[in-house]
Write a protein that binds this ligand. Structure first.
Ligand code: ACO
Length: 323
């Protein structure tokens, strides 16, 4: 049985750090409110010349280096983003060109904060279906560019950045002892689309628009939706919460992460947290957190790693893999 195994990982962050203290001078907020409600202490904000594609390219190059590969070894690039450089072409083809890659194919996936989980699931399907051997999966965002910087209920929550992994086809025995992706679970329900959306777009306003969110409504659904896909992942593999070595959740809010871990029975020592440093970087948050924990040696070969996310749409999903 073919399994998709993580061969490399990399990240990129903008140069500029924006602290909660600086936000106090921009909107009516406080470091205390932001930390208490979200766990966020700072976020990175893209400056001149820094775009979703430039950050994605840098993360991709780092992941290729870590894997000991070059763009010539890649068959497919999938970029998860809701903040593309242009309405079209896809940011993925932009990054493909920046990497000097003129073979294979590249496309974007748009599932907001669940984007990385959707992109990994798509890559896994291409690999298991024999359509690609090595896939560069990138989560890259510049949410700072769609924020309303006068709206304190949203502008304090988000940040910019990118993370990438290289997935490679390897032969497995078809058991949960295999390295690689063991199951993926995706869901969406467009009935919730107006709880978290951007109020512009090419086909409606002809503008890019700004992010709008009913934060309390999102919060109310988050833990239940995350639990739903994680329980399905356990059912599909026979694994349980006790088998999880590392939970790498989407980093939206420390309270959602803590609440989900508690409900799932996963101790906080096994949860990777980067939301304090990065804020919510949407599709980039999971690969940024994954690289932080794999880079400092917490995640080791053979570990069972659970990725989960919930975001605009609503979309939600989980990936269970052996590192
Ligand atoms: N600074 C100070 N006060 C604030 C701020 C701020 N930045 N923002 C809101 N407030 C005020 C509100 O106006 C309100 O005041 P009021 O009581 O006088 O009306 C008060 O704080 C409480 O507001 P709530 O919205 O009830 O605060 P809550 O505890 O729900 O926290 C938060 C808000 C952090 C947004 C929370 O609801 C949350 O995290 N929701 C989930 C959001 C999320 O994770 N979104 C991303 C999903 S992923 C994606 O797809 C992008």
């Amino acid at each position: 049985m073919i399994r998709s195994v993580v061969r490399g990982f990399g990240t990129a962050l903008p140069k500029r750090v924006l602290t909660n203290a600086e936000l106090e001078s921009m909107v009516d907020t406080s470091d205390e409110w932001i930390v208490q409600r979200t766990g966020i202490r700072q976020r990175y904000i893209a400056g001149e010349g820094e775009t979703t594609a430039s950050l994605g390219e840098a993360a991709a190059r780092a992941a290729l280096d870590k894997a000991g590969l070059t763009a010539a070894d890649i068959d497919l690039i999938i970029v998860a983003t809701s903040t593309p450089d242009n309405t079209f072409p896809a940011t993925a083809v932009n990054i493909q060109n920046r990497l000097g890659m003129h073979h294979g194919f590249a496309f974007d996936v748009q599932a907001v904060c669940s984007g990385f989980v959707y992109a990994v699931t798509t890559a896994d399907a291409y690999i298991r279906g024999g359509l690609a051997r090595r896939v560069l999966v990138i989560g890259a965002e510049t949410f700072s560019r769609i924020l309303d910087w006068t709206d304190r209920t949203t502008c304090v929550l988000f940040g910019d950045g990118a993370g990438a992994i290289v997935l490679e086809a390897r032969e497995g025995a078809g058991t949960i002892a295999d390295r690689g992706i063991l199951t993926t679970q995706l869901r969406s329900d467009g009935a919730h689309r107006e709880k978290l959306y951007v109020d512009g777009g090419p086909s409606t306003t002809g503008t890019v628009g700004h992010l709008r969110m009913e934060g309390r409504e999102v919060f109310k659904h988050a833990v239940g939706m995350i639990t739903d896909v994680v329980v399905s992942s356990f059912d599909a593999t026979g694994l349980t919460a006790d088998d999880i070595d590392w939970l790498v959740p989407h980093q939206a809010n420390k309270r959602i992460i803590d609440g989900s871990a508690k409900k799932l029975g996963i101790p906080l020592e096994k949860v990777v947290i980067t939301v304090d440093q990065h804020g919510n970087t949407s599709a980039a948050s999971i690969p940024l957190a994954l690289a932080a924990a794999a880079g400092d040696g917490r995640i080791k070969e053979g570990d069972i790693v659970l990725l989960e996310a919930m975001g605009g749409g609503f979309t939600w999903g989980a990936v269970l893999l052996r590192w």
